[in-house]
Ligand binder design. Sequence first.
Ligand SMILES: Cc1ncc(COP(=O)(O)O)c(C=O)c1O
Length: 391
Amino acid sequence: MSSFDIVNEDYAHQFVRQNSKMLKNMFGSGDLTPFWIADMEFKVAQPITDELNRLVTRGVFAYEFATQDIYDAIAGWSRKRYQLSLDAKYFLQISGVLTGISLLIRELTAPNDGILIQTPVYHQFAQIIKTANRKIVRNPLQIVEGKYKIDYVDLEKKLQIESVKIILLCNPHNPVGRVWKKEELQKVAALANKYGVIIISDEIHSDIVYSGHRFNSILSLEQENHIALLGSPAKTFGMQSISNGYIYIPNEVTRKQVKNTIEAMYLNHGNALTTFATIAAFKDGGRWLDGLLQYLESNINWIQGFLQKELPFVKMYPVEGTYQAWLDFRELNFSKEELSQLIVLKAKLALTPGNWFDRDCALFMRMNIASPLAKLQTAFKRLQIVLDENN
Ligand SMILES: Cc1ncc(COP(=O)(O)O)c(C=O)c1O
């Protein structure tokens, strides 16, 4: 076992992932082994716990701001891990990545403008666009030789004929696990420039990238008009309930406009626990993250091996980044209802249904693999028994 600890089963049910009421609501049964929501079953890095202990032990929660220190810590992290040079002055703090995307869409577009997303993609993107009364414009990803690729022809067509104002990228891409290569980003950016469209890049999964792949931020293209949401420690360090979001806007006019709104609404008032835990994570969490990545990668390798040997008709797409496995059950020829019955009622697993991410993906499931290997092994063996019985 590596240098991180597993969440204790005695209190695991207190979290959304394993809460039986929540499971019953979402899946129709409370008695499931959960691999759905995108958080981890591991305790955070010790420097984060130490920092939170320091604040709690003091017992004083007077006004205390250190926003600039957070930006410096994120900039230091990006320089060290990605050779990406960021200017601390370009950051804006908001309460979460989704808050940031929602705010940017409202601030930079008008009702009925188009926002382009690359489906299947994190389901909240569509939700945010819908609730802002903007139009969802889909640029479906294509599966080419077993790998998800961007369809540039369709992308250009959509930019030509729809009133698209923003391309909302997900990099690394949840749920399909792609980590976009620089050439791919360059092609999207060239089209965005040609049609005067802003790219907003959600980079919340940027630190979860496996060997053989490299994270490239949209900011590495060094073009003024792109905006990134990066630096949230939520996914990287398992701080989902104690993190903020950070928007990075190189363009001065746009930054001022967004900053005014954030300040007018006092959306930038972070709390001290989040602030200092974030600084500790980015300053002292690197080694822990390296151990985590190794562990997650060996989980992925085990799953890949198991599927190839025991369940070859279930396909897992290459997981280049994120801790989500994108599983394709289409070869089994089940209906959506049959698949869900087998997985939920028989195998007793809570996986995220693929149609959350795209209406055409009902026979896919997303599985969170940030769990102890033994738990994943039990789950896959249960899946094997159920699929063997019903195939
Ligand atoms: C791509 C992506 N963006 C944003 C979020 C959520 O971010 P936050 O909780 O900071 O709003 C998630 C969570 O799963 C995600 O996968």
